[in-house]
Design a protein around this ligand. Structure first.
Ligand code: AMP
Length: 370
């Protein structure tokens, strides 16, 4: 599970499906004991409580009735303070044991409204059960009989709770995260112009550019252990093993902990590198915002690389067979990453043929929307 984006905000996993299940079952047990010999009427407060009510009722094996009231107080991530009753209660509650099922109680404004609604209904007993409770912001002196879990004052979504109507369908709870970085995977086959564009984009957006190829070449030049290990793979146009590359990439990112974000150039190149990158960023509460790809046909690229080889001094640019092998590695191991990011709606292609300036404009237009 990783960070998700709804509207303009990011949310990270917070309370798992299993944990929710445990809490609900515990609440069912407790309430069933207190309602022994009665046929309680459970009243869910819509919209947020529908999943909680469904799961609660499924586990409640004694006789019971179920109804709903629809109240609303939220706009975006802020409680507006005024609670409106949109759908009221039709049942005769005289002499009944009523148990309110709330998904979350925070300021207590909704709870106040609930007490107001039910005070003239001649109920025998009114009990309040809430799955989540935020004690830090609760301002009322009203009783709450059953609390599933107390949580700090953080905006949560999922399991019925929404952010501007999205997120109710998530099976677990997520909390809002101040994801601060802009992290871009600059993608494309060898010779597509990633390095050239990254140099321009990092200036424009104040991002750190990490080219794994450059880091390897630096290590080869300085004859480090890493360089010696990578050289044989690189010279033949093969990929360096994932483990080596992933460790190196993580160390590079950790060199600038306060970066505004990163342009990853030449990484990830395999699915396991992409997964490792996601997991690594998730630990920091960060994500990849998008894969920005330079789309250029292979024939054009071989010519470009051979031309570059005349001045770059790179052994892997000088021999057509090695270049073909790099494309083979790209086509068999790397190109599939387009699907990996497309599935998350994070793939953005740009025509990589044109002047350097034209292409920077195309890429910037994409980055500005991320
Ligand atoms: P580049 O400068 O990006 O074309 O990379 C040159 C060479 O460095 C590649 O052909 C690989 O041998 C190695 N390399 C760079 N990035 C990676 C990576 N993410 N995974 C494996 N090998 C890499």
């Amino acid at each position: 599970m990783s960070i998700i984006k709804l509207h303009d905000s990011h949310f990270k996993p917070y309370i798992s499906k299993q944990k929710i299940e445990e809490i609900v079952q515990k609440m069912v047990k407790e309430i069933a004991i207190d309602c022994e010999g009665e046929t309680p009427i459970f009243i869910g407060i819509l919209n947020g409580s529908f999943m909680f009510v469904a799961d609660f009722i499924r586990h409640y094996t004694d006789d019971c009735e179920v109804s709903f009231v629809k109240l609303a107080s939220y706009e975006g991530t802020k409680s507006t303070g005024t609670v409106n009753e949109l759908v009221g209660i039709n049942e005769d509650l005289t002499g009944r044991t009523v148990v309110i099922l709330e998904d979350i109680i925070d300021t207590g404004n909704t709870l106040q409204k609930i007490y107001d609604i039910f005070k003239d209904r001649n109920v025998k007993t009114l009990k309040i059960a809430t799955l989540f409770f935020k004690p830090d912001v609760f301002t009322k002196a009203l009783p709450i009989d059953y609390i599933g879990l107390s949580i700090p004052d953080e905006f949560i979504i999922g399991y019925g709770l929404d952010y501007n109507n999205l997120g109710r369908n998530l099976a677990s709870i997520y909390k809002i995260t101040t994801h601060k970085m802009t992290n871009i995977v600059l993608f494309g086959p060898p010779g597509a112009g990633k390095g050239t564009q990254a140099t321009r984009l990092k200036e424009k957006y104040g991002l750190i550019h990490i080219s794994t190829g450059d880091v390897f070449r630096y290590n080869i030049k300085n004859k480090t252990e890493l360089g010696i290990l990578a050289k044989s793979y690189m010279d033949d146009g093969n990929l360096v093993p994932d483990e080596v590359t992933i460790n190196m990439l993580e160390a590079e990112v950790d060199k600038t902990p306060n970066a505004k974000g990163f342009i990853f150039d030449g990484f990830p190149r395999t699915t396991s590198q992409a997964k490792a990158l996601d997991a690594f960023l998730a630990k920091k509460g960060e994500i990849i915002d998008g894969m920005v790809a330079l789309e250029v046909s292979e024939d054009l690229l071989v010519e470009r690389l051979l031309e570059r080889g005349k001045t770059s001094g790179r052994p892997d640019d000088q021999d057509e067979e090695k270049i073909r092998n790099r494309f083979n590695e790209y086509n068999t191991k790397t190109a599939i990453l387009k699907d990996y990011y497309a599935k998350q709606n994070k793939y953005f292609g740009a025509d990589g043929v044109g002047t350097i300036k034209e292409i920077t404009v195309r890429l910037s237009e994409i980055i500005d929307t991320l």
